[in-house]
Design a protein around this ligand. Structure first.
Ligand SMILES: [Fe+2]
Length: 384
């Protein structure tokens, strides 16, 4: 049996084929767009993994928003507890985020947090509430999504002046996904930062409590920490090593809580017996802190070994040269410099230049040569 098409059927078939081709082309374009969006969102999730820096999170969020959508500008506003809204980071031409810094930015951000979801404002020039700000700052459309409406660190992601056409719900959804990904990381980063500040505050308070046991050691732990940090910076220690230097510096004399005040605050040179007691403070400090896992390694090594000498004449173990852990050798230089330049009950602090000269003379015998000479070079450089 043969089928013959009349001319009308043939034409209809051709039209349907053409329509199907157009639809297939549109579908493949939409799929390509969706693929690009998914790839960018995946890359954002990937880059956000393990980030604990609020600034880095917001930078990544804005960068991905700008890669996905064509607009004049985008910004993240944040509101820490008990504080007002601040434009944390904006990506736009110079000064085009000014409108967000005005009271309008705060009103808009509060509204997004209150609603708990994002919204679009197209045609702002004709909007009954927003026409004023639209005309004043030439903002013709915007989309805003909240970050952590129920978290500690509230925030919003706002994008304005879409380059072609109006904002549509698909774009609102995309920005909401970016906001959800970034928002939870910002909350974790904020809480981590708070925890770290509390931890450092506690350590600093402990150091002050120890120093307060004697009028002669007031401020000693904080000064030693500053000298040690300056030297470590000069020697280009990593960020993590600098944090260890800071904690070890603050805690290095914590063992003095176990030394009688009569010895610590004695207005004269110590007897041999008193010195024997005094020399126990590095071990007492180590014993106090050893159960805190986070202090294991260089931090505890600094506490235990900051009175060792390169020639083996130090205490508590008489270690020599490279047997002494680096943190111990580093703190020994900072501690020695502060001890020489501070007043004691039986002598005034010596002039800085004399103390630097003693460091040079003791480099390689009392102190690590490279560290002692590095300290002198660093101190003189900073003074110039
Ligand atoms: Fe000490």
């Amino acid at each position: 049996m043969s089928i013959s098409l009349v001319e009308g059927d043939w034409q209809r078939l051709q039209e349907e084929l053409l329509k199907a081709q157009t639809e297939a082309r549109e579908l493949s374009l939409a799929l390509a767009d969706a693929w690009d969006e998914l790839t960018l969102l995946y890359s954002l999730a990937d880059q956000l993994r393990g980030v604990l820096d609020v600034h880095k999170v917001t930078r990544l969020m804005l960068q991905h928003a700008l890669d996905l959508l064509s607009m004049e500008g985008a910004a993240v506003l944040l509101k820490p507890p008990e504080s007002d809204w601040v434009v944390h980071l904006a990506s736009c031409p110079p000064e085009r985020d000014e409108w967000l810094r005005s009271s309008w930015g705060k009103v808009l951000a509060d509204e997004a947090i209150e609603q708990g979801k994002g919204f679009i404002l197209n045609d702002l020039f004709a909007h009954h509430r927003w026409s004023g700000v639209a005309k004043a700052f030439n903002i013709f459309n915007l989309v805003i999504v909240p970050l952590n409406p129920h978290g500690h660190m509230k925030g919003v992601l706002v994008a304005w002046n879409k380059q072609r056409g109006e904002w549509v719900s698909g774009e609102l959804k995309l920005l909401s996904t970016i906001a959800a990904q970034g928002g939870s990381v910002i909350e974790s980063a904020y809480l981590f930062q708070q925890l770290q500040e509390t931890f450092h505050g506690t350590v600093s308070a402990l150091a002050s409590a120890v120093d307060a046991k004697s009028r002669w050691t007031a401020g000693h732990s904080h000064r030693v920490t500053q000298y040690a940090l300056q030297l470590a910076n000069h020697l280009r220690f990593s960020e993590q090593e600098l944090q260890q230097v800071q904690l070890s510096g603050l805690l290095h004399d914590i063992g003095k809580v176990g030394i009688p005040d009569a010895i610590l605050d004695k207005p004269g040179p110590l007897t041999e017996e008193e010195w024997t007691t005094m020399k126990r403070h590095p071990v007492i400090g180590y014993e106090i802190l050893k159960s805190i896992r986070q202090f294991h390694g260089p931090i505890l090594e600094g506490v235990l070994h900051h009175h060792e000498r390169i020639d083996g004449k130090g205490y508590p173990f008489g270690l020599k040269g490279s047997e002494i852990p680096l943190m111990g050798r580093l703190l020994a230089v900072a501690d020695g410099f502060d001890a020489m330049t501070s007043d004691r009950p039986y002598r005034a602090g010596m002039p800085v230049e004399k103390a630097l000269q003693i460091l040079i003379e003791g480099a390689g015998s009392q102190w690590d040569k490279e560290l002692a000479l590095g300290f002198v070079a660093m101190y003189r450089e900073r003074r110039e």
